[in-house]
Structure formats: structure tokens, C-alpha cells
Design a protein around this ligand. Structure first.
Ligand code: SF4
Length: 463
């Protein structure tokens, strides 16, 4: 490859992968690669894969089928396209990917993508490159920071990875195998990254990790800091108005984190706290290490600290051995918590995990029927929650223009999209909005403080 090179990165799955894709793009930018939104004109195509959801590997192989055609068409025009598979499917499948999809030149696991420039150089020398190691060096020390332009392009809300991996070993989950043991980044490096983002105009930071509230990074004082303490430190950064964190485990809701919900106005009152099942029998089979009562206790403690808080969660239905009684316990838990939203999935076996070997696998038709019942219940609570927002006024962080002329879109504290008719100058700003209409997927409203009044407030305040 020579001249201006283009890279297209397609992300599957969670926010961790979106973040990883950005860091790969930032690292490759220094190697002369410009990002392109389409694979059609790319010299390098990276599929950043996720192994959490059903048939993840199959989806990757069918995507690779499409990319093979593209690679053949480019070769016909005398152009070489390098195809890379990154992320958790790369980690789990390794060499098997190249065996099944010979158009793939490079396979790189989530802990090794800081080595991408070297791996690409090997491919250019005519080799196939596979790296699914758990290297001793810290990839975050090697990966390059985004340019100000890249940060601006990505918007006013950004992710920062604070920890990776997991030591919990839930019996259905591949993360401890694909991402490895829990490891936390040092406080100073996280703060430096957050300061760079704030400097480039980012207003909201979501701290991310597979088990984010297990965070235990080394602090500048030589002590181990918790996530609660880290949130306090990041809230001090000028320009950062909103903080979130995801994904949490109920066992790691320690007192410092609960206190952060009470003491930090920047910490948004919306917590994604996966439970997976409302049945103690299923929670034990899943090795979740907590009971239904423990989970409800965590919810109660957060609510006591922050009465305005709303919750979302993850659920798995049809886990091996799940009975009608177990499902009823899950449905009752949904009612008891009254979630503002939740993700729910049919259990699907991941090779290599203990649950894949369990007897009593639930037939697929029954799983589908149970999922529908659960989703109906979750949807009802979500609709109730949204309906209760009608007439309320809350701060919205405006992110981008809306689909219609004169419209802008932002996020409420509860992550709902909020659409208003207002000047695009408000993008990147936080302004109070009164909700006047509730749609299926969005809220609609009007500025609570008229723009002209807001302007004079800003002038008076000397802003
Ligand atoms: S806590 Fe989360 S990441 Fe860790 S094993 Fe369980 S489901 Fe997977």
C-alpha cells in the first residue's frame, strides 16, 4: 500500500468496542491512514467483533463473505485491500478465522491492537499475521491519543476505558476468556485522557469497563482508588459537566460509589445495573455471586443516595434449567424495580463456557415465548417512565442536528433522545428543556429558558 491510505473500521457490540475502534483509528492515523465511512474505497478493512450475542461468529463470517467480494473487485482494479478481524471473536477463534475465511490477512485480539502497525507491516511483507496474546506491555501506553479534530468529529460525549477484563466468571459469559483478568488503568492516565477530551470540547464522559465498578487503579497518592473516588476526581475537570459509568456488577456497588451518586451533581441519575434473572436458583446457576435480595439492596442504597435515579438492566431468559417459576420471579423483579429500560436476550451457548455444557437446555421456541413476555413487561415500564417525563423540565446535552430542518437532538439525564426546534449554536451546550410530547423512542420539548433570556444570562454571568 502507498500514498494516502484509507481505513474502514466496523464495530460490533458494546461501547468497549466503539472505544477500541477509535483508539485503533487514532493509532493508524499516525501511520498515514485516514478513516473512511465505507469499505468500498478502503485499503484496510477492520471488523472489530463482539462475542457476547447470539451467533456472533456466524455474523462475522457472513460479513467477511461480503468483504471477500470487495477485495476481489479491488484486486481486479489492481488495488490491494488488507482485511483484519479484531476484537473478541478474533480472540476466541484465532487461526480458525483464516482457515474458514482465507481472504483475512490479519487477526488481532483485544489486548494486542496496539501492535496493529507491526502486524500490517508483516502483511505487507506477504505474511499472514495473527496476534491473540495477552501481552505484558500495557496497550494503553502504546496506543495513540486522538487528535483534537478526531475528538471534535466524534462529538461532545466520549468514552474512556478505565478497566478491562473480568474475574467474576458468570457461567454464560466469554469475557473472562476473551478479555482476560480484571485490570485497572492508573488514575493519572485516565485523568490525562479525560483532560485532553475536555480540552477538545467534550462535555460528557462515560467511564467504561466490562466490570467497571470493580475498578481498583493505582492513585497518584500510591493508594488504590475505587471507581467512586475516580469519579470525584474526574468531576473536578473543567468543562466536564456529565459523568456516567457502565457496565456494573451488583456486588461491586461499594460505599464510595453510592456516595458519588449522592455527592456528585455531574454523575447522571441513570444506572445500568445488570441482574440477568430475578430467580435465586438461576442466579446461582449463572454464578452471579449475588441473590435477588442483594440486588434489590444495591438498588435501595443507590435510591437512598439519589432519589431521582432510574435503572436499566440486562436479562437472559431460557438459561439452562429455567422453569416457569424462575421466569415469574424475573417478571416480578421487573415490576418491583420499575426499570426505565432494559436489554433482554435469549440464552445462547458460548463454546467453552460452563453453561454451554449444562443439561436442561431450554427449547428455542420456549425461549422465544418467554422473551416476548419479558420484553412486553419491560416495554410497559419504559413507556410508563417516559410518560412520567411529560411536563418535567430537565437539562439536555445537545449533540447534533436533528433529522428535520431547524431541529437539534440531545440526551436527557436518563439517556433518552430529546428533540427540540432550536438554533444549532446550542450543540455542545446543556440547556433546560420542558418535555411537551413523548414519542415511541424520543422525547420532544421546548427550551425552558427562551434563547434570548439564556443569552442575557450568559452575558450577565460573563460567560
Ligand atoms: S460480570 Fe459481566 S463480564 Fe464478568 S463474567 Fe459476568 S457477565 Fe461476563
Amino acid at each position: 500500500m502507498s500514498g494516502v491510505r484509507k481505513v474502514h473500521i466496523k464495530s460490533f457490540g458494546c461501547q468497549m468496542n466503539v472505544y477500541d475502534s477509535h483508539r485503533m483509528a487514532d493509532t493508524l492515523a499516525l501511520e498515514g491512514f485516514a478513516e473512511t465511512a465505507t469499505p468500498n474505497d478502503a485499503d484496510l478493512v477492520i471488523l472489530n467483533t463482539c462475542h457476547i450475542r447470539e451467533k456472533a461468529a456466524e455474523k462475522v463470517y457472513s460479513e467477511l463473505g461480503r468483504i471477500r467480494m470487495l477485495k476481489q473487485a479491488a484486486a481486479h482494479d489492481g488495488r490491494r485491500v488488507v482485511v483484519a478481524v479484531a476484537g473478541c471473536v478474533a480472540q476466541a477463534e484465532g487461526e480458525e478465522i483464516i482457515r474458514r475465511a482465507p481472504s483475512v490477512d490479519l487477526v488481532v485480539g483485544p489486548q494486542s491492537y496496539h501492535r496493529l502497525p507491526d502486524l500490517i507491516a508483516r502483511v505487507e511483507r506477504g505474511e499472514r499475521a495473527i496476534d491473540t496474546e495477552f501481552p505484558v506491555e500495557d496497550k494503553f501506553d502504546v496506543l495513540k491519543a486522538p487528535s483534537r479534530e478526531a475528538t471534535r468529529r466524534r462529538g461532545v460525549s466520549a468514552f474512556v476505558t478505565v478497566q478491562e477484563g473480568c474475574d467474576k466468571f458468570c457461567t454464560f459469559c466469554v469475557v473472562p476468556y476473551t478479555r482476560g483478568a480484571e485490570a485497572s488503568r492508573p488514575v493519572a492516565k485516565i485523568v490525562a485522557e479525560a483532560e485532553r477530551l475536555a480540552d477538545a470540547g467534550v462535555r460528557e464522559i462515560t467511564l467504561i469497563g466490562q466490570n467497571v465498578n470493580a475498578y481498583h487503579g493505582g492513585g497518584p497518592d500510591g493508594r488504590t482508588w475505587t471507581l467512586g473516588r475516580l469519579l470525584h476526581r474526574i468531576a473536578e475537570i473543567s468543562g466536564i459537566a456529565r459523568l456516567r459509568y457502565t457496565t456494573s456488577h451488583p456486588c461491586d456497588m461499594d460505599e464510595s460509589l453510592i456516595a458519588a451518586h449522592r455527592d456528585l451533581p455531574a454523575l447522571m441519575p441513570y444506572l445500568h445495573l445488570p441482574v440477568q434473572s430475578g430467580s435465586d436458583r438461576m442466579l446461582a446457576a449463572m454464578n452471579r455471586r449475588h441473590t435477588r435480595a442483594d440486588y434489590l439492596d444495591a438498588i435501595t442504597r443507590v435510591r437512598a443516595a439519589q432519589p431521582d435515579v432510574a435503572f436499566s438492566s440486562d436479562f437472559i431468559v431460557g438459561f439452562p434449567g429455567e422453569s416457569e417459576e424462575d421466569l415469574s420471579a424475573t417478571l416480578a423483579l421487573v415490576d418491583e424495580v420499575g426499570y426505565a429500560g432494559a436489554y433482554s436476550f435469549k440464552y445462547s451457548a458460548r463454546p467453552g463456557t460452563p453453561a454451554a455444557e449444562m443439561a436442561d437446555q431450554v427449547p428455542d421456541a420456549l425461549k422465544s415465548e418467554r422473551l416476548q413476555r419479558l420484553q412486553r413487561q419491560i416495554d410497559r415500564h419504559q413507556a410508563d417512565f417516559n410518560a412520567r417525563c411529560l411536563g418535567r423540565t430537565f437539562d439536555v446535552l445537545f449533540e447534533k442536528p436533528g433529522r428535520h430542518a431547524g431541529q437539534i437532538v440531545g440526551r436527557s439525564p436518563y439517556l433518552q433522545p430529546v428533540q427540540i426546534m432550536a438554533d444549532a449554536v446550542l450543540i455542545g451546550e446543556i440547556a433546560p428543556v420542558t418535555i411537551t410530547e413523548v414519542g415511541a423512542n424520543s422525547l420532544f420539548g421546548t427550551l425552558a429558558t427562551p434563547a434570548r433570556a439564556r443569552e442575557s444570562v450568559l452575558i450577565e454571568a460573563g460567560a
